[in-house]
Design a protein around this ligand. Structure first.
Ligand code: SF4
Length: 65
């Protein structure tokens, strides 16, 4: 994967959908009071699964960067 997914913390509503669809790429940040999703430093899911997570995000908070 050349590009990496990035979560906009201002848009994320912590629904957990991306974590369910691509658990090796996204996680909820337990250190953040709002537990927003963050992309792991080494995304571990297939691009299709990450794309599905991006499409499923209800607030369009995830982008490829
Ligand atoms: S799917 Fe979107 S709103 Fe839900 S936790 Fe992931 S980034 Fe946040």
């Amino acid at each position: 994967m050349d590009k990496r997914p990035w979560v906009d913390p201002k848009k994320c509503i912590s629904c957990g959908a991306c974590v369910s669809l691509a658990p090796k790429t996204f996680e909820l940040d337990e250190k953040d009071m709002n537990a927003t999703a963050v992309a792991k430093s080494k995304p571990g899911d297939k691009k299709e699964d990450v794309d599905l997570a991006i499409q499923t995000c209800p607030t369009a908070a995830i982008k490829w960067k």
